[in-house]
Design a protein around this ligand. Structure first.
Ligand SMILES: [Zn+2]
Length: 405
């Protein structure tokens, strides 16, 4: 055996952690050796090992779909990286949701991570939200290729509700500019509208429909823009658990809430948005809290009342046809057991209603497809069993056998 040089410390090969919590440790030289075989650097090999360990040990559902060839490896790796900070418990929840979604897993993973943090680690969720809020600002690029000349690039990071109002207001002002004779493309008029907003009185005049003193040519007929001074009115739906609200008032704990189409947010932030002068409750956007979702009473007429419609939309969230992602709010409400004119009372009730987009509503009405409610998933969303016109079950894609097996 060759003598060990005096100055070289004698240590054995160590074990290091590359993946998220719950993954086994690996030899400190594993990445270097793998990198050699794959002809890539040790850092790239370490990243590959970390993703593989996470998928194998933390995301068993996704790992199986990867082995079955149902998902692309690069998408699975994105999910592994996005979810590395999550606890094992939160990740189990995300893994199950990924198995159910019919949308691209890389498209939904960000929202799922946020929702999982809100549910399983409210403290980290609040910290993450605070860090994102600290990143708000309006950044003017005064140098670089886009920063010199007749136009200048501006980047803004704003509260999402403010963006919704700004976006709608720019559309409104662009419409007014068109009515005043501006024939530029929409985006150019929206850019000019930002200039208009720097003169608040002018903007208010234009949005209030006072075009006469500003027209360079005879105003053409247009729809009067928007209700409210600062843009068209919109309703933002906020989903709250009554227990979370009670706890927040009692002891300050913050279980957060979920805003439709936007994602989860802490109750502290939602409160700040509501109270801020000129904030979302001031004008333009109405925040509608939704607490009551469990009524079961029925009516005799065919058309459901507003509360019932709202309840079914919140419960189903999307059209209930397998894999259809059309928003329930823009769908029809279908009587699962068909409504019979002059039939027994109480045919219209939440249990007998489901959201169907127009396409699938017509399919069910005209072709003999049928469905029935078949239990509930762990999130309280109803499950439906569909049969095609020949009586064969129509399964969502994630339950279908992979082709060729
Ligand atoms: Zn549909």
């Amino acid at each position: 055996m060759a003598p060990v040089p005096d100055l070289l410390p004698v240590v054995s090969e160590r074990l290091i952690t590359l993946g998220g919590s719950g993954t086994p440790q690996v030899s400190e030289f594993a990445a270097t050796e793998l990198g050699h075989h794959l002809a890539c650097g040790p850092d790239a090999a370490a990243a590959l090992l970390a993703d593989a360990l996470d998928l194998r040990h933390r995301l068993p559902g996704l790992w199986q779909r990867l082995l079955d060839g149902e998902v692309d490896a690069w998408r699975a790796r994105v999910v592994a990286q996005e979810t590395r900070q999550l606890s094992v418990e939160a990740l189990e929840w995300v893994d199950a949701r990924l198995g159910e979604t019919s949308r691209s897993i890389t498209g939904v993973v960000g929202q799922l991570v946020a929702e999982a943090l809100r549910r399983f680690d409210p403290e980290k969720f609040a910290q993450r939200e605070a860090a994102r809020l600290d990143g708000r600002g309006v950044f003017v690029e005064r140098s670089g290729p886009a920063g010199v000349g007749v136009t200048t690039r501006v980047a803004m990071v704003l509260d999402t509700p403010d963006v919704a109002i700004l976006d709608a207001t720019l559309d409104d002002l662009a419409t007014v500019h068109a009515a005043l004779g501006d024939e530029s493309p929409l985006q150019v008029r929206r850019a000019k509208a930002v200039g208009t907003l720097t003169n608040p009185q002018l903007a208010m005049d234009l949005l209030a429909g006072d075009l006469t003193t500003h027209a360079t040519s005879k105003p053409t007929g247009i729809a009067t823009p928007s209700k409210g001074v600062w843009g068209r009115s919109a309703v933002v739906y906020l989903h709250l658990d009554a227990c979370d609200v009670t706890n927040h008032v009692r002891d300050g704990s913050d279980g957060g809430g979920r805003i439709e189409r936007l994602g989860p947010a802490t109750l502290d932030l939602l409160g700040e948005w509501l109270r801020r002068p000129g904030g979302i409750a001031h004008d333009g956007i109405t925040l509608r809290p939704l607490l009551e979702t469990t009524r079961t009473d029925s009516i005799s007429g065919r058309t459901p009342p507003e509360w019932m419609r709202e309840q079914v939309i919140l419960r189903d969230r999307t059209c209930v046809f397998p894999d259809c992602t059309r928003d329930a709010r823009s769908s029809d409400l279908d009587h699962i057991e068909p409504y019979v004119e002059g039939g027994p009372p109480g045919q219209t009730n939440p249990a007998n209603l489901a959201a169907l987009c127009r396409r699938h509503h017509r399919l069910k009405t005209w072709t003999g497809w049928t469905y029935r409610r078949d239990g509930w998933d762990p999130d309280g969303r109803p499950l439906y069993e569909w049969l095609d016109r020949h009586g064969n079950p129509a399964l969502p894609r994630h339950l279908l056998e992979p082709a060729g097996s």
